[in-house]
Structure formats: structure tokens, C-alpha cells
Design a protein around this ligand. Sequence first.
Ligand code: AMP
Length: 576
Amino acid sequence: MINFEEMGFTPGILKAIQELGFEQPLPVQSKVIPHMLGGESDIIALAQTGTGKTAAFGLPLVQATDTAINSTQALILCPTRELCIQITGDLTDYSKYTGSLRILSVYGGASIDNQIKGLKRGAHIIVATPGRLIDLIGRGAARLNNVKTVILDEADEMLNMGFLDSINEILEEVPRGRRTLLFSATMSSEIASIARKYMNEPVEITIGTKNSSAENVSHAYYIVHARDKYKVLKRIADFEPDIYAIVFCRTRKETQEVASKLINDGYNADALHGDLSQAQRDAVMQKFRLRNLHMLVATDVAARGLDVDDLTHVINFSLPDDAEIYTHRCGRTGRAGKTGISISLVHMREKQNLQRIERLVKKSFKSMPIPTGSEICGKQLFNWINKLETVSTDHQEIEKFLPEIKVKLAGMDREEFIRRVVSLEFDRFLDDYRNGEDISDIIPENDTSYERPGKRGSREKYSGNYTRLFINLGKSDGFYPEQLIQLVNTNTKGRKVPIGKIDLLKSFSFFEVETGYADDLIKALNNSNFMNQKVAVEIAQPKNGKPDNHSGYQGKKPSKWTGRKREKKSYPSTAW
Ligand code: AMP
């Protein structure tokens, strides 16, 4: 692979490339730049967004533009105002050391008068959305008679947005002898027809497989009941503490609903859809770019042109009808050589749609089990502990308080201290998941494709022998899974006692314990107190009166145990 120096760039452009931190050309650049610098041919490049295509056409374009000539020499058409602004910014960066190149962006939703003034001052390169450019041509403000190069960027998106007629009209305005480059994530019959009509024996360059998704994006899905979609979204977000994602919804209403729920539940999230004013959309996008938002809930149309690097996930809250739209969505992660994950929440009826998308994307999608409350708490806990390990403690202000703090905590041993700090920090998760129903039950039984290493503790536990115990403490005593686990841990002196399902009631509760530990645990707990109350534990009696004989309670038996009407909620857990 040749490097940027060997490609024939001028020292000024090489300096700009170096400042941008581009060390090696990305694949689309290695393929497109030599054609652009070394030949005259038209080019069709099939490449996803985020693959580095702006530099692939932008660097050679900046080099080829003669700033001594005071006319528009290149025209870049792209689907959205945001992309216009971004391309203009990128070209400005590339031309930092190459003299007074004037680049102007013109797009809808902004003052046309200012754009007319800009055009009067003269622009060497115009970056435009098709609709606004037609308007400016109609007013005699944009003159394209000296244009030598036309770039159609995200051509498939422009066609999806209904710009075909405008593109046709604009291409009729530009001199026949120009060079045309077309960039698109997918190849469709409309793209092929534009190529036939307006391009001259184009060289076709494909990055990856035609119409396929980016190489470094993996695809996963969760089978969920429609009513559980939001709960599963929350679990995914909680299971990925460093999530930075776009959540795609189908309609504006759904987008707003999901975003509002996330905000109410305390997530850094916001909505992006067409009912917002341009100023509101700009503000949301800016917050997302700055990572003040961790999840952006958006419609496909609103998210067009939003190019953000380093997204960890794309989440398809609703699958798109059109498989091509899926390709666009997932192309937003795994950019610039990084890896990314595209997650889809699908209910059984949508499986066929998913398979159609799978065929188009040419990758197999992995079915994932929904993280359990216990797994989420564990993940959050260890993420927090990692942060605790690396946090800087170099704060002078803290020093003066330390002696008094030490005195205050003098009576607390290390283990108790850790337990309290963790409980304090994990209140929200423990609250959310302590009594959460186990929505992971809806994973299809025949699913064998999931391979998270060493995980799914609670499911495995259910395959062992468990004994169900009765305890005389309930929610009215302030007794929740956290307290049960603490009680077990304190009274079993460091032994890791596997706890299964917990059913909490108002004044008493049931919980499962691995059968081998049951007798010892009953003994230990019967000698203990909880909040000045004597603890009483015994093997739970089924309704028919026969005691459970430790013979292999499998964890998911129907609720036939004695006691008041059983509450539905349960919490699979282990004593950590
Ligand atoms: P694009 O597809 O043009 O939107 O580019 C996606 C991202 O890749 C942008 O953040 C670029 O700054 C970055 N990028 C482009 N070329 C390179 C390169 N050669 N090395 C590293 N990053 C690059």
C-alpha cells in the first residue's frame, strides 16, 4: 500500500494531512486518490459513510483547484445541511497550507440572502444540497459554467430523499466535459441509471462487498415482546456503562416517547426528529457530538448527515422496512477503522424481516440473551471498581478533611466500609433490578448462538439442584435481595453460597439456595438477627403439605408454595 507522500500530494497538503493525524490512507483513499490525481476518468465509489471518503475526494480536489482562477471549479452535492457543513469544514482543514481557497456551503434552512452574497464574493468550491442549489441557480446567483469536477456524495441518500429531479436538473447545468465522481453506500438501479446518463465510462471502486455493511461492524439481535422493548433497551444501556449510541426509531412519535422515557429514567439521552426546529436539532446534535448525551434517539431522516465517530452501538429500536436503510444505520458505527455493534430489538413476527436484512448485509446476526438484573449489577459494579482503581487522588482540598474522616470511620472494618460504599453507589441499579421481572425468559429455547465468555451465571444455576427456603422477613422489614445477600454473606463466613430465585412478600419471603448448602445455611441464619428481629428460616412447604425433600427443585416451578398470594416479581441473584 502506498502512503500519502508517495501519492503525489504537495507539501502544503501533506502538512495538513499530518496535522489531522492521518498516518496511512484508509482503503477508500488508497483506491480513489491515485485515480483522481493520476487520471481523468469518472469514478463510482461504493463505500459506507465513515470510511474516509471525504478525504478520498477532498484532498485531490483541493490540490487540483487553481486559486488564481476566480470561478467555481468544483461542485459537491450532498443530502443534508449537516453533511454540507462537515464537508466544508474538512476541505478547509485540507487547504490550511495551500493558499486562499474559497469554499462555500449552501443549504436549505438558512438565509438565502447570505448565501447569495457569498456566491457574489466568489467560491472555488461549492458544497450544496440539491434543493437550495436549484433555487440559487434559478435566481442567477450560482454560476456553474466553469465547473470541472462534480462530486455526488451519499448519492443513494439523495435519491432516498427525493432529489432525483434536482440532481438531473443540476447536472444539465454543468458543462459536459466535466469529471463526475459518485459516492454511495449502496448500488441501486437508480444510481446505475444516473451513472449511465451522466457519467463517462466510470471506473467502479468497491470498498468491502457491494451493498454490504462495513467489515468491522458486528450485528446482534434480541428477541423481545413488543411491550418489553423499552425495558430491554434500558438493560442494554445499563449493561454497557460506556455506551455512546444512536437509537433508531420508526416514527417521530416513537422517537419522542423513547427519548422522554430515557430522560425520565435518568439517562443522558435526547430526541432528534423532524418536529424539532432547526435550532433545536442543532443543539441536540452538538450535545451528542460533545458526548454530553450518551444516547441519541432519532428517526432515519433526522439522523442523516450526523457523522459522529466512535459510536459504540447503533440500536435499532424498530427495524426499518427497507433493508438498505439498515445498511445506512449500521454504517454509523465502526467508522475510520474502529469496531462497532449494530443491535436490533425484534419481536418474533419480525424475524423474516431480519433474515431479509441479514441476506442484504451479507453477515450473520447473532442472537443475544437479555442481560439479567444480576449480570447488569455485576457489570456496573466492576466498571465502577475499575474507575475507583484508576481515579486520581491528588486533591489538596481533601487532605484537610482526612483526619476527621478517619476518626469518624475508625470503628468500621474494611469489609463493612466496602459494602457500604458499594451499596451507596449502586442504589439506583439495585432499586431498578431488585424486584425486576426476568424478561430474559423470552429468549427462544433453541438459541445456541450466544457465546459471552464465562457469563450467564444465573441461568446456569437453574440447572443445578436448588432448595426453596422460607424466611420470616419481608419488604415491610426493609428486607430486599441486597439485605438477604448481606445476611447470607455475613452468616456464612466467606463461603460463596449460590442463591437462586428470590420471592419477596410483605412480611415474609422465599428464596432458593443450592441444595448442598441448605442445611448449614438454615442453621446459621436461625442463629442470627436482622434489625433486632430474630431470623427464622425453614424449608418451604408446598401447598399439598409434603415438604420439599431437597430432590432437585429446578428453579422455575409454578407458584404452589404456601403463604399469601405470591407476588409476581422475582430476582435471580448470587451472593457476591
Ligand atoms: P468520512 O467517511 O469522510 O466521514 O471520514 C470518517 C472519519 O475518518 C473522519 O473522522 C476522518 O477524520 C477520519 N479519517 C479520514 N481519513 C483518515 C485516515 N487516513 N486516517 C485516520 N482517520 C481518517
